[in-house]
Design a protein around this ligand. Structure first.
Ligand SMILES: Nc1ncnc2c1ncn2[C@@H]1O[C@H](COP(=O)(O)OP(=O)(O)O)[C@@H](O)[C@H]1O
Ligand SMILES: [Mg+2]
Length: 250
């Protein structure tokens, strides 16, 4: 399929470049997603917010085709998550990402970059190492890195091929504040559709256009970050607004 054709397919399926409709997913008797519907327009950056166990990681794993839903439909730019078209567009940072421990930082990037067919790979790797202040560790084996530096590498691996659709599961875990800031700025500059799961509101506020709040596998609120902020009382934190929205989930 040509680029033009795939764009046509994406446009044809509606405005949502990331689309879930009535998605249900259970692990045995545990219902993780209970009829979840989400739509993220192409080019927008959204946060997926919710407490532990809300279903954030499950949602992202379904979107990258690592899991299959029990019911409902999912598409990425009009393509099923398991399709070649979707795989090519996606960049995914899993929860507890683990780069290849026996390879060095640079070797990891070379390997994944080559698999992804990245052009001018050496320049691209140099740029990412410098942006994430990883250059001094480029020859270190991943097994010897601190958890924070391993997370930085995992972020770089998810973005090395400049994906059009970026799915990040708690990307700022293990990162110190200056590095969090650097990653947020890097994501901010990306020209991509982004869905980032987090339970840290300040990330959502700084990074994203919109927010989707989920609890117990259901959507309890969605809208722009500004609308979410507007729901706060004068002295109320955004966190407590989200708690209020979540506890109203029933
Ligand atoms: N592999 C699994 N096996 C059984 N239950 C799971 C599995 N993964 C997640 N769950 C359950 O599904 C629900 C949603 O989990 P998850 O998607 O990881 O939520 P979140 O990322 O928001 O913390 C939780 O109740 C969790 O315990
Ligand atoms: Mg999770």
């Amino acid at each position: 399929m040509t680029v033009l054709e795939s764009q046509t397919v994406g446009a044809y399926s509606g405005s949502g470049s990331i689309l879930l409709e009535g998605v249900r997913k259970a692990y045995g008797s545990t219902v993780a997603l209970d009829g979840l519907s989400i739509e993220i327009p192409a080019g927008e950056k959204f946060a997926l917010i919710g407490p532990n166990g809300a279903g954030k990681s499950t949602t992202l794993k379904l979107l990258v085709g690592l899991l299959r839903q029990d019911a409902g439909t999912i598409s990425i730019m009009g393509h099923p998550p398991t399709s070649m078209e979707a795989k090519k567009m996606l960049g995914y940072l899993p929860e507890d990402a683990s780069p290849y421990a026996t390879l060095s930082v640079r070797e990891n990037l070379e390997y994944v970059g080559a698999l992804r067919g990245v052009e001018q790979l050496r320049d691209r790797i140099d740029k990412m190492l410098s942006e994430l202040t990883l250059a001094e560790y480029e020859r270190s084996k991943v097994g010897k890195l601190s958890r924070g530096n391993r997370q930085k590498l995992a972020v770089a691996l998810a973005l090395i091929h400049q994906p059009r659709v970026v799915l990040l599961d708690e990307p700022l875990n293990y990162l110190d504040i200056p590095t969090q800031e650097r990653v947020v700025q890097m994501l901010d500059r990306l020209n991509a559709t982004i869905l980032v799961s987090t339970h840290i509101m300040s990330i959502a506020e700084r990074l994203t256009d919109g927010a989707i709040v989920i609890a117990r596998g259901r959507k309890v609120w969605s809208g722009s970050m500004g609308e979410l902020q507007a729901q706060a009382q004068p002295s109320e934190s955004i966190e407590s607004v989200v708690v209020r929205l979540m506890t109203g989930a029933g």
